[in-house]
Design a protein around this ligand. Structure first.
Ligand code: 13P
Length: 252
């Protein structure tokens, strides 16, 4: 029997958030202190807000993560941020290979794998994103594309503690569209099976598999109840504490 991993609901703030937005993180932290939630909760703010957010929610259960990192720990890479820097600023995790980075910055599986390895080197959890485009789904290639991305993006250092996989169909991100329950279940079970061939025994059952793409308070309960869905990666709906907390509550 598969031991269900503790769910994780993570908010990806993307390029949103100024100092004034810290009140949303504070509100999430305060609610976590009051209620008994059965999932881990994380916010991944822009890098500029990591340190102030860490200070704003000090002592709370709210976890923090970055949204991307460079593969090197330091060097002449203007504008980039290393995994070590994210850790230093208060992050415990970092998203790598988000489809917006794969599309906007041409990131390849190999680069994503190096970034995930960098996260592990720095002691961060790597949240590795995979997901098919609409054309790929229409062509019946969703499983194949996701399997290929997974194999190419997973570093040898990956284990159930330092790695989370997020399935985010590109066409579902920011569109209000979501795959059917059956389609999510199908891809997640495929990911779980593929991990069986890519990781050492036992680990694949315990790696958390998140669903991401238009998760909202209205659909969170249904999506989070799907077999092999161990949480959510939430974009737009994570920016307001109220909506985000409704999604957190839906995880059970
Ligand atoms: P939305 O929830 O806004 O669709 O974004 C999902 C996402 O990309 C999270 O990483």
């Amino acid at each position: 029997m598969r031991r269900t991993p503790r769910p994780l609901v993570a908010g990806n703030w993307k390029m949103h958030g100024l100092k004034s937005s810290l009140r949303e993180a504070r509100a999430v932290a305060t609610s976590l202190a009051k209620g008994a939630f059965s999932c881990d909760v994380m916010i991944c703010p822009p890098a500029t807000l990591l340190r102030p957010m860490k200070e704003a929610v000090q002592g709370s259960k709210l976890k923090l993560g970055g949204q991307d990192c460079h593969a090197s720990s330091q060097g002449a890479h203007t504008g980039d941020v290393s995994a070590e820097m994210l850790k230093d600023a208060g992050a415990g995790a970092v998203i790598v290979g988000h489809s917006e980075r794969r599309a906007d910055h041409g990131e390849t599986n190999m680069q994503v794998r190096s970034k995930a390895a960098a996260a592990h080197r720095a002691g961060l959890v790597a949240i590795i994103c995979v997901g098919e485009t609409l054309a790929e789904r229409k062509a019946g290639a969703a499983r194949r594309v996701v399997g290929h991305q997974l194999k190419g993006s997973l570093p040898v250092t990956a284990n159930e503690k330092n790695t989370v996989i997020a399935y985010e169909p590109v066409w579902a991100i920011g569109t209000g569209l979501t795959p059917t329950v059956d389609d999510v279940a199908d891809v997640h079970s495929h990911i779980r099976k593929r991990l069986g061939a890519l990781m050492s025994e036992g680990a694949p059952d315990r790696v958390r598999l998140l669903y991401g793409g238009s998760v909202k308070p209205a659909n969170a309960e249904e999506l989070l109840a799907i077999k092999n869905v161990d949480g959510a990666l939430v974009g737009g709906a994570s920016l307001k504490a109220r909506d985000f907390l409704m999604i957190v509550s839906a995880s059970g």
